[in-house]
Design a protein around this ligand. Sequence first.
Ligand code: TLP
Length: 367
Amino acid sequence: MRGRYTPRGLKSPELLKRERQLIDLRSDTVTKPTLAMRRAMAEAEVGDDVYGEDPTLNRLEQRAAAIFAKEAGLFVPTGTMGNTIGVKVHTRHGQEVICEARSHVFNYELAMMAWFSGCVPRPIPAPDGILTWDQVRREIRPLGPHWAPTGLIEIENTHNMAGGSVYPIEVIEEICEGAHELGLKVHMDGARVFNAATFLGRPVHQITDQADTVMFCLSKGLGAPVGSLLVGTAEAIAQGRLYRKRLGGGMRQAGVLAAAGLIALEEMPRRLSEDHANARFLAEALSQMAGIRVPHEVQTNIVVFDIGGTGLTTREFSARLKSRGVLMNGVNATQMRLVTHCDVAREDCEQALTALAEVAVGATVNA
Ligand code: TLP
């Protein structure tokens, strides 16, 4: 056993053998529940959550609220639903939502901001995905005869497509203070906010204290099979509960999911530094490979890297890696993304590097 939280420590050898045919670096959404999670799910005490009677789910929502020092929490099946509700509770139809240009809420949520909340995004590009108050302030629109007024500011922490970058706490505070002075709310897409907390070495609530609502995912780096939470004021969450029901997210005996979520929330944040070390290990080796460039500092568990110099398309690069037992996706024409998580150990990263080197060198030699 390599470490208490490495895959071998968490799962039975039979389960691991069945699950780990390929080294899957496509996302941290691909993790499988640990043995402890599976047992807790089997034994969970449940009730009907639409009546507020699921004791395990109630415990998860209360623990999440306590950990984030917010008044209340709402369990939702996905991060997308959590963001959708977060946007909805703070906005009215016909408003704009300020967000970063590569943000998930703008690019990967099927225009839910427009579809459900009737808002248009006002995307602002930031090279590292981190907005500043100075940038945000310039985009805020007052009431006027032509433009949609600003309804909300959304920040993504860590920023997925910018390579898992982390907001400095002072930058968040400045954005929130500036927004609040103008009567605007801030929603944080904190799908990976525990990775941000790990990088900064701070309790997660210190990062999110000033944000009005925070969505965070149990089913990414924390390894739960399903689920995210929205935390905020009692009023926002009570309203959010009704939107969740409208969206079809009233899940009845969801305590079976919350049981795994509680383990994810309590046990898994402390092992995230392992994933960050693995991501740095991969990035350092990648930056030495012919035709590959890592354009950002690796702070957490995501590496976005440029393969333009290999002469391969990202589709070709993915296919060649797959034939060598490694799964990884492209994010655009020239960039790949790899994500480390609790189901990849250091040995898997070493194996992945062998495959990456073969693909990169093979391509540049033949180019
Ligand atoms: N991200 C997924 C894909 O949708 C891109 C991934 O593989 O990284 N916010 C952020 C920052 C996210 O990265 C994701 C998922 C979500 C929200 C949505 O979460 P889910 O998939 O649970 O709806």
